[in-house]
Each structure stands twice: as structure tokens, then as C-alpha cells.
Design a protein around this ligand. Structure first.
Ligand SMILES: NC(=O)C1=CN([C@@H]2O[C@H](COP(=O)(O)OP(=O)(O)OC[C@H]3O[C@@H](n4cnc5c(N)ncnc54)[C@H](OP(=O)(O)O)[C@@H]3O)[C@@H](O)[C@H]2O)C=CC1
Ligand SMILES: O=C1O[C@H](COP(=O)(O)O)[C@@H](O)[C@H](O)[C@H]1O
Length: 456
């Protein structure tokens, strides 16, 4: 144990996995060195025949260049071999924990469900927290079943459904942008806003994740989870405080009012899959030819859908959501496009483009495009862009997420009912795609995406 508080053990189920190595441990290392997790012990578990030393080497490698606090935790980390779907193995793991237990399910979703069923049988120590990765279920029914199972193990307040986008400082900056000044918030409604685009196009391809991704696809992987969370932050009413219950109530309200535009999933969704192509100096094979992919599944690597947020404030404004893999021109931003001014005085001429507020998620920026008088002739309009960089956050997203779990603060986790609501929003689109009512388009890796798009 390190630190001075009574202590907690972070029990990572799936210690040898990709999520643990690439995201979870680096976030933990930074959190430890910031002083945000004193007294934490680390126990890894998995089916691999590792010992403490092998696990400590993995932890150190993922911590990068740790400071003193993180190095201490790495040196004291322990590993136990276990099949986490077996109650007896889980009991052995829980018995090896000191202080309060945080169980992080860094497991394939089907294994998580089995591990939860086993935990329900054996019970867990008081105040145990459960941290579940996305995807949370595969549809509304399975999310409801998983919620039922989890709440038979611990109360809802001790369940953290992780969405690492909510730990991104740029995403959280939406709150400051909207609610810490008088400039933007009065304009964010259907009187002034024509449309909103939330786009997360990545240049990454499958990256050897067929085992998970081929049964998920872009709609489940990104839109159902992360992009709907961004939509909630952009559309919710101001919460009186950022306490978990108020913040999560506000998000839940707008998501409950959200549905496919015109209730028409065929007209207002698009799906596509990348073919072979080049991105920078990388040559990507067609998604369908990637190892582990079953081409007949028709898994989409790019998804688009348009939703309505049917509230007084937002009725009539289309929200276009899109995320794609292997896209050439990176676009990771939310763009709020304003309506035209009611009238431009006669005598002012020149090019006009819509006023836009752009919140960039990578790079982390804020840009406001507005029409004003430019240099030279004062009667000729000129579009200008006023921009600013958001400062970097103290912690990476998984550091923020882990801080919430360790501090027993569920603000940045997704509430059970909201997880189900998000499935309800996308289910009509999933059904239309399964019925083949929306054609699966192609786009070459490295291109800007499919021809038939719902984005302007
Ligand atoms: N990787 C990523 O970038 C992201 C992943 N996620 C989510 O995180 C979760 C884990 O994903 P990822 O790390 O990529 O998956 P991996 O397949 O890389 O890792 C899964 C881990 O679970 C272990 N495991 C499987 N079955 C058992 C079992 N019965 N008992 C004990 N351990 C078991 C595996 O060990 P072994 O191989 O030895 O069986 C492995 O260490 C998934 O829900 C995924 O959706 C979310 C966001 C990003
Ligand atoms: O959860 C996921 O997010 C990443 C994108 O998030 P980033 O923080 O790494 O930019 C995405 O690539 C991945 O497919 C998805 O599972």
C-alpha cells in the first residue's frame, strides 16, 4: 500500500488486454502522480500465466516515465491468474484485495456479463464499485438485463458505466463555453441555430480489433455512446451544479427527447465500409480483408444519422451525427451553424457564409466564423474566424474516468437509464440496417468518405 488513507484496491479484470495497456494504465499512472489516488493498491487478473513480476513490467511500461507515487504502486502491484467467469476464482481475487474494492471490467462484453453473474452469486464487500466499459449491452434489452444484474450486486450509485469521451477535457469544456459566460448560451436554440453537426472521423483503421469491432461497427462503437454524450452536453439545460445527480438528470432529459429525424431511419441514416486505400504513408487493406473480419456481416466502418431533440429549445433543429474510420481528412468537431441574419442592410455586399461556432475535439480548439466588415472597402463583408485553443487538461480521459471511480463520484459515468435510452435512440437505425433497407456504401481508405452523405 502507498499513501496514508485507509486504502482501496483497483482490481483490473483483463489485465493483459489492449485497453488495460494502452489507455487504463497510462491514465492511472498520471492520476497517481497527480496525487489523486493515494493509498491505492493494484491487482491484475487474467487467464494468462503471468506472475507479479510480469505484470509489474507491463504496468511500468504503460506508466511510461512514472513519478515516485506511480512507481511505488507499480512496484507493489500483484497479479493473480483467474478465470473471472468462475465464482471461486473471483472470491480468491476479492479476498486478495485490501480496503475498498474497485472492480474494473476490462473484458470482452460477453465475459463481463458472465463475470457479473458470478459476482452476484458470491456477493462483494460493502462499498465495492463496479466499472464497466462500453459497449454496455448490444441493444436496449441486453442493456436492461445488464442493469438488472449489476444492481443486484451493488446499488446504482456504485456502478460506473465508463464513457471516456466524458473524461476528455475538450468535451467537458463545452460546459464552460455554454454556462460560464453570457455570449453563446442565449443563441443556442431553434430561433438562432439552423443545424448542428457532431463529427468524429478518424484516420485509424481497424487496428487489429476485429474480435470486438466486427460485431459492433461504427454506430455502436461511436455514435450510440460517445457522440450521443456530446449531443447531451450541447443540448441540455444548465444544471444548477455539476453534482452527479443534477448533471446526469439534465443529460437524461434531453436524451429522452431525442429520436431519429422524422422517425425515418431509412431516409436519415447512412452506412459505409472502407475499401483498400492509402492514408499518409500507410497502405490499408479493405476492411473486409482484415484478419478476423467476416465480410458477410456487412459491418459498417462509417455511420451517419440525423436526430431531433424534441424540446421547446431545440425542436426543428437537425443534429447530424457521423463517425468513420480510415477517413483521409480528419474531422473531430461539433459545428453549430447559425441561421442567416433576419436582414442584411442594403448597401452591405460581398460573400456571406453562415456564422458557425466550431468546437474542435482534436486539435482542441474553439473557432467562431462570423461575417463582418473586412479590410479595404467598409461596405464589403468579409468572413473572419475568431479562434482560441482550449488548454490541455491535467489528466488524460482515462485518468479523469478513474478519478471519478476512485473518488466514488459517478458524474462522468453514464447512468443506467441513460445507457438504455441511448440504445432506444439508435435501435430504429440498427433495425433498418439489419433489414438491408439502407445500402452499405463503399469508400476508399484515405478518402473523405462515401458519396451519399447526410452532411452538407
Ligand atoms: N481497446 C480499446 O481501445 C478499447 C476497448 N474498450 C472496451 O474494453 C473492453 C476490453 O477490450 P480490449 O482490452 O480491447 O480487449 P482484449 O481482447 O485486448 O482484452 C480482453 C482481456 O480479457 C481477458 N479475458 C478474457 N476472458 C477472460 C476470462 N474468462 N477470465 C479472465 N480474463 C479474461 C483476456 O485475457 P486472455 O487474452 O488471456 O484471455 C484479455 O486480457 C471491451 O469491452 C472493449 O469494448 C473500450 C474502449 C477502447
Ligand atoms: O471508444 C473508442 O474511441 C476511440 C476514439 O477515441 P480516442 O479518445 O481514442 O480518440 C475509437 O477509435 C474506438 O474505435 C472506440 O472504441
Amino acid at each position: 500500500m502507498t499513501g496514508t488513507n485507509p486504502g482501496q484496491t483497483l482490481l483490473i479484470l483483463g489485465a493483459s488486454g489492449d485497453l488495460t495497456a494502452r489507455l487504463l494504465l497510462p491514465g492511472l499512472g498520471r492520476l497517481l502522480d497527480s496525487g489523486g489516488a493515494d493509498g491505492l493498491a493494484l491487482l491484475g487478473a487474467g487467464t494468462d500465466d503471468w506472475d507479479d513480476e510480469r505484470w509489474r513490467a507491463r504496468v511500468r511500461e504503460s506508466f511510461g516515465t512514472p513519478g515516485e507515487r506511480a512507481a511505488q504502486v507499480a512496484d507493489a502491484a500483484r497479479y493473480l491468474r483467474a478465470d473471472v467467469t468462475h465464482g471461486a476464482d473471483l472470491k480468491r481475487l476479492l479476498d486478495a484485495c485490501q480496503g475498498e474494492v474497485i472492480v474494473f471490467f476490462a473484458l470482452p462484453p460477453s465475459v463481463t456479463a458472465k463475470a457479473c453473474a458470478a459476482l452476484r452469486e458470491i456477493g462483494v464487500p460493502a462499498r465495492t464499485r463496479l466499472a464497466c466499459e462500453k459497449p454496455f449491452g448490444v441493444d436496449a434489452a441486453s442493456a436492461t438485463a445488464l442493469n438488472d444484474l449489476l444492481t443486484q450486486i451493488v446499488p446504482e450509485a456504485q456502478i460506473h458505466r465508463v464513457d471516456h469521451f466524458l473524461g476528455k477535457s475538450t468535451v467537458l469544456n463545452i460546459l464552460g463555453l455554454r454556462f460560464a459566460n453570457r455570449i453563446f448560451e442565449p443563441l443556442l436554440n431553434n430561433v438562432h441555430v439552423a443545424s448542428v453537426d457532431i463529427v468524429f472521423d478518424e484516420d485509424l483503421g481497424l487496428e487489429s480489433r476485429a474480435g470486438y469491432y466486427d460485431s459492433a461497427g461504427a454506430l455502436m462503437d461511436m455514435v450510440q455512446s460517445h457522440l450521443l454524450q456530446i449531443l447531451a452536453l450541447l443540448t441540455m439545460d444548465a444544471p444548477p451544479s455539476l453534482h452527479a445527480h443534477e448533471f446526469r438528470d439534465r443529460k437524461a432529459q434531453v436524451l429522452r427527447a431525442t429520436s431519429v429525424w422524422n422517425d425515418d431511419p431509412v431516409g436519415f441514416s447512412r452506412r459505409a465500409r472502407y475499401t483498400a486505400g492509402r492514408i499518409g504513408d500507410r497502405q490499408l487493406p479493405a476492411y473486409a480483408d482484415e484478419p478476423g473480419v467476416d465480410a458477410a456481416r456487412h459491418t459498417e466502418t462509417l455511420a451517419e444519422m440525423v436526430v431531433a431533440v424534441d424540446t421547446w429549445r431545440w425542436a426543428g433543429v437537425p443534429f447530424r451525427l457521423r463517425s468513420g474510420k480510415a477517413v483521409g481528412n480528419l474531422r473531430k468537431e461539433a459545428v453549430i451553424t447559425f441561421r442567416e441574419p433576419p436582414r442584411t442592410p442594403l448597401g452591405l455586399t460581398g460573400p456571406e457564409r453562415p456564422d458557425r461556432l466550431r468546437i474542435g475535439f482534436t486539435p482542441d480548439r474553439l473557432d467562431l466564423d462570423v461575417n463582418i466588415n473586412g479590410p479595404g472597402d467598409p461596405f464589403v463583408l468579409d468572413p473572419v474566424t475568431l479562434g482560441s485553443e482550449f488548454g490541455p487538461g491535467d489528466l488524460p480521459p482515462y485518468g479523469e474516468v478513474l478519478r471519478g471511480v476512485i473518488d466514488d463520484d459517478p458524474t462522468l459515468s453514464v447512468r443506467g437509464d441513460t445507457a438504455e435510452t441511448c440504445w432506444r435512440i439508435v435501435e430504429p437505425v440498427l433495425a433498418a440496417w439489419r433489414a438491408d433497407d439502407v445500402p452499405l456504401q463503399d469508400y476508399p481508405a484515405g478518402s473523405s468518405g462515401p458519396k451519399d452523405t447526410l452532411l452538407p
